[in-house]
Design a binder for this molecule. Structure first.
Ligand code: NAD
Ligand code: UD1
Length: 339
């Protein structure tokens, strides 16, 4: 069965492509390589012994997208990862983010409507909850005003898909709200490839440990948490990838009660920045240079998922440990620096 993965050469997309191929799906990838490299395709091939069909297409090019669907009439589902995701950049260039993340989504949905295609999975984020009033965060927690244009594109994206589902009862979609994806495939042949200085914690840690960065700045140790540093729910990217396969199956088997559903994807437990540093040092036997710095603007104190809905309804649970995730991130960093 043929599945379109947009942004399939990116970090989460490439791991999901591997999980899909492992489950026997035929994958077609669209990516404009704005935040990824064609070499990722080689990594996917080395892991799966299959090379997915790849199309270098920018989803903002409406006519090209239409042509693609004219030539691919047998697509049975779409997993839509393609988006710009740097929070800071989105504050500086909001229109770029609205254009890339929103217009691409509109064009895809328009093509799906035109061709009576269903089964759509959207990459959303726990950022839609902001600082939730209660922890762990359930899907019923109120969504908050977005802290950044990036976060707003996720909120708008979710709302747009829900509205579309209301108007098109035969169209089915799932939004997946990711907590903090980390780590890499166990082969170390694919992983996260941040361009420039990493903004996220784990890539910054691995680049510091390998000597590319002088030291990690811990953004604040005066939060209202046991050790004063922020708490997040770090989930292994392969667990996240496998959740997409499960969500897709739910759509394909018409298991959904409503034609639009939302699921949190996390492990259900939170770790502080200091716990991440200590666990990284333990599993890799590396000493990590770090200093305590001021708080980062816009950071929330703590977030971790209530995973009951995904466990019970999706029939999915994260399996891999934090140690495994950090160790795979380190192996990937070592591998990247060999080449
Ligand atoms: P990524 O940047 O590694 O992957 C996105 C891919 O989409 C890249 O390969 C990029 O080249 C491609 N792309 C971007 N704009 C495109 C366009 N107009 N046309 C075609 N291809 C385009 O990001 P990721 O970390 O894999 O994230 C995937 C999705 O998950 C994104 O929608 C992101 O917002 C969402 N998300 C990510 C995180 C995270 O922490 N990584 C957390 C929550 C949600
Ligand atoms: C980031 C994004 C958020 C996205 C989420 C999931 C920002 C402001 N927010 O949030 O939109 O949904 O990822 O991927 O970028 N930290 C340090 N030093 C560093 C880097 C991070 O101490 O050099 C701390 C942060 O303060 C935070 C934790 O590590 O407490 C995790 O940071 P990060 O990986 O950026 O994720 P989020 O803050 O959850």
């Amino acid at each position: 069965m043929k599945i379109l993965v947009t942004g399939g050469l990116g970090y989460i997309g490439s791991h999901t492509v591997v999980a899909l191929i492992n489950q026997g799906y035929e994958v077609v990838i669209i990516d404009n390589l704005s935040n990824s490299s064609i070499e990722v395709l080689e990594g996917i091939t080395a892991i799966t012994n299959k090379t997915p069909e790849f199309h270098k297409i920018d989803l903002r090019e409406k006519n090209t997208v239409a042509q693609f669907f004219d030539q691919h009439k047998d697509i049975k589902g779409i997993i839509h990862f393609a988006a710009s995701k740097a929070v800071g950049e989105s504050v500086e260039k909001p229109l770029l983010y609205y254009e890339n993340n929103i217009s691409s989504l509109v064009y895809l949905l328009q093509e799906m409507k035109k061709r009576n295609l269903s089964n759509f999975i959207f990459s959303s984020s726990c950022t839609v909850y902001g600082q939730a009033d209660e922890l762990p965060i359930t899907e019923n927690a109120p969504v908050k005003k977005a802290e950044s244009p990036y976060g707003n594109t996720k909120l708008i994206g979710e709302n747009m898909i829900e509205d579309f589902c209301q108007s098109q009862k035969e169209f089915k979609a799932i939004s997946l709200r990711y907590f903090n994806p980390i780590g890499a495939h166990s082969s170390a042949k694919i992983g996260e490839l941040p361009i420039g200085t990493p903004q996220n914690l784990v890539p910054f840690i691995t680049q510091t440990a390998i000597g590319k960065r002088k030291e990690l700045s811990v953004f604040g140790d005066d939060y209202n948490t046991p050790d004063g540093t922020c708490i997040r729910d770090y989930i292994h990217v392969m667990d996240l990838a496998e959740a997409h396969v499960r969500a897709l199956e739910r759509l394909l088997k018409a298991e959904t009660k409503n034609n639009y559903e939302v699921f949190n994807l996390g492990t259900g437990s939170g770790s502080s920045v200091m716990e991440i540093i200590k666990t990284f040092e333990k599993v890799t036997a590396q000493k990590l240079p770090y200093k305590i710095a001021g708080r980062r603007a816009g950071d929330i104190t703590a977030a971790f998922a209530d995973t009951q809905k995904a466990n019970e309804i999706l029939g999915w649970k994260s399996k891999r440990s934090l140690e495994e995730a950090l160790s795979s991130a380190w192996n990937w960093e070592i591998n990247v620096n060999k080449n």
